[in-house]
Design a protein around this ligand. Structure first.
Ligand SMILES: [Zn+2]
Ligand SMILES: [Zn+2]
Length: 614
């Protein structure tokens, strides 16, 4: 039939000679083209010139209201405004380019309604990608046409290659189609309206572990099949294996974010999408998952002021501030801080630019916190319990006898925390019977005996190792300061300790101490006048005591003659004192006398001097 012989434009309201019926789910555009072609028009534009309105067209083909509802998608805008069902908007559709599934097109040469959606990029029935370019000449196919089967170059569009689509992409597409055509949804995915599905894809399709958009939802060129495919693939992957991938994206954002105690700031664009852009009830499942993620992974606390969260989320959040932890565990905040500083309880911290710190810890750790805190004492309490000055407790810490739970030196904590158990290990039962005349308490010993560096630690070790027998002054356990020891026992122990490990030096160092030439010191050692001890690791060593002993026993000729105010030569020739060693005695380079012989002479010499002067 040619345009010239058609009658319906001249006779509005008359039934058209050929009245094709719409196919279920057919694109409105596709049906109009088929109706136009069947009645001799060469294009929709030509039909529009004759018919003017969509209603007139539908009247001409006698389309009933239920039949009209079988159509989906827009008619060309020059036919007037579109009125979409389901709350969809013109921007959701393609108005200029055609997409198709080659297998569907082989079955029936009409356009399916869902292909008109910008975000539709796969055929859910055949699970393959849609096409929008001629398989031969590559021309992007425009909608405005009369033949859906062929490109302008003559190639058949149905022969376009078949490309399998990812199952998750097909599933999302099916879910969207189910929302449009009211098909039963078989997947476990949330039930969303068609516009919500499109919003979901638009806002979340760009989020992945590798990339998070700064301005989600602002996506250009969605009418390009490639762009739409990227976005739909993104959202399908995010929803696939729900909520694993969503959690991974949140973790990626959290890892990348600058430390902040603000959840809104830490999650930035995603937070805005979940609580602002997608605030509708349909998207609650996203927020539920976000809040579940926070419960498990948000290091900070969830502030009561945050009204966006469900009250349950705020109430159930397992992390508490240091202050609340102290309150709940019944422990002093300072003690909590020490335990956190020592990393005995895991915690997270944020430092504001002002220097203010926020610490948070997990509710599950509160019991452990209370146990640790209740089983510890401070340094001053430890000193009180051990009946020792704090200085001595510090010495025990430095000497490794007390191992604190929290250490000022290692943990840089503000104070020490010492386990009660350690204090108990420094309480002893008496083994020997008490005798007041021959016993001394450790506390008293520390006060009145002059112990050298390290000797207190050695003493405690000797008590712990039972080298020193503790004397019973009371029944039960005595704290270290009250532990009594047998005086002669301790004295013996101390002198042998000093002998074995007292401060010692090399012979060279001893010569410096004595103000002698090294050779002389070696000579004195050889003669046995300066006593050394053999040390396996460092050879012969001179103890401080030996130096003192030598000094008090011997005097050099030089010093002797200074006292006598005579030359050494005079002294050698004129005094009756006999040198114990010296060049003429045994070949030693220097003369030494016994002080016991020299001192009486020194007294006489002074008297003689006085007489001479008189
Ligand atoms: Zn298909
Ligand atoms: Zn072509």
């Amino acid at each position: 039939m040619s345009r010239e012989v058609s009658i319906h434009d001249a006779q509005p309201g008359w039934p058209w000679p050929v009245r094709p019926r719409p196919i279920d789910g057919e694109a409105t555009f596709s049906y109009m083209v088929r109706a136009a072609c069947a009645n001799g028009y060469e294009s929709l534009r030509q039909l529009h010139t004759g018919v003017k309105s969509v209603d007139a067209l539908y009247e001409g083909v006698r389309l009933s209201a239920p039949e009209r509802q079988r159509l989906f998608g827009p008619h060309p805008s020059y036919w007037g405004g579109n009125d979409f069902a389901l709350g969809l908007l013109p921007a959701d559709f393609n108005h200029h380019f055609m997409r198709w599934c080659p297998i569907c097109l082989r079955d029936s040469a009409h356009l399916r309604g869902q292909w008109m959606l910008k975000l539709c990029c796969v055929c859910s029935q055949h699970a393959i990608h849609l096409h929008d370019q001629c398989p031969v000449c590559g021309l992007v196919q425009r909608l405005e046409r009369t033949d859906f089967e062929r490109c302008a170059c003559g190639a058949r569009l149905a022969v376009a290659p078949v490309r399998r689509a990812a199952p998750s992409l097909v599933r999302v597409t099916r879910a969207i189609e189910a929302s449009i055509f009211c098909k039963p949804e078989t997947s476990t995915w949330p039930v969303l309206s068609a516009p919500d599905w499109l919003r979901l894809a638009g806002y979340l399709g760009q989020f992945s572990e590798a990339f998070q958009p700064a301005r989600p939802g602002k996506i250009a060129n969605l009418h390009h099949l490639e762009q739409a495919t990227t976005l739909m693939t993104g959202v399908s992957q995010l929803l696939d294996d729900w909520p694993t991938h969503f959690h991974a994206v949140m973790a990626a954002i959290q890892n990348k974010a600058e430390a902040s105690p603000s959840i809104r700031r830490a999650f930035g664009a995603l937070y805005r999408v979940l609580y602002d852009d997608l605030r509708g009830d349909g998207f609650q499942f996203l927020r539920d998952e976000f809040e579940r993620y926070l419960r498990e992974h948000w290091w900070g606390v969830v502030c009561k002021r945050n009204r966006s969260f469900k009250s349950q989320t705020v109430a159930d959040h397992p992390r508490v501030t240091l202050k609340h932890a102290a309150q709940q565990a019944g422990v002093a905040p300072a003690t909590v801080r020490r335990l956190l500083q020592a990393e005995l309880i895991p915690s997270d911290q944020f430092v504001f630019p002002s220097g203010r710190k926020v610490r948070s810890l997990h509710q599950d750790d509160l019991a452990q916190l209370a146990t640790l805190a209740n089983n510890c004492v401070t340094l001053s309490e430890a000193a009180r319990q051990l009946v020792l000055p704090e200085r001595r407790v510090r010495e025990l810490i430095a000497g490794g006898i007390i191992l604190p739970l929290v250490s000022r030196t290692h943990d840089k904590a503000a104070a020490w925390l010492i386990p009660k158990q350690v204090i108990q290990s420094l309480c002893f039962a008496g083994c020997a019977i008490f005798d007041a005349s021959s016993s001394i308490a450790v506390g008293r010993l520390l006060r009145f005996w002059r112990l050298l560096d390290g000797e207190f630690i050695a003493l405690v070790q000797a008590i712990v190792n039972r080298q020193l027998v503790t004397v019973a002054t009371q029944s039960g356990m005595m704290p270290l300061g009250n532990v009594a020891l047998d005086v002669s026992n301790v004295r013996n122990w101390l002198s042998s300790y000093r002998l074995a490990s007292g401060p010692s030096m090399t012979i060279d160092q001893a010569s410096q101490h004595l103000g002698l030439k090294q050779q002389v010191a070696y000579d004195l050692v050889r003669r046995g006048l300066l006593v050394t001890v053999k040390n396996q690791s460092s050879g012969s060593r001179v103890q401080r005591e030996a130096i003192e002993t030598f000094r008090s026993a011997y005097i050099s000729l030089a010093e002797f003659s200074r006292h006598l105010q005579h030359s050494p030569r005079w002294v050698l020739q004129n005094t009756c004192a006999t040198p114990v060693t010296g060049p003429s005695v045994d070949g030693c380079r220097q003369y030494f006398f016994r002080r016991s012989e020299a001192i009486p002479l020194m007294g006489n010499a002074v008297k003689q001097e006085k007489c001479h002067k008189d």
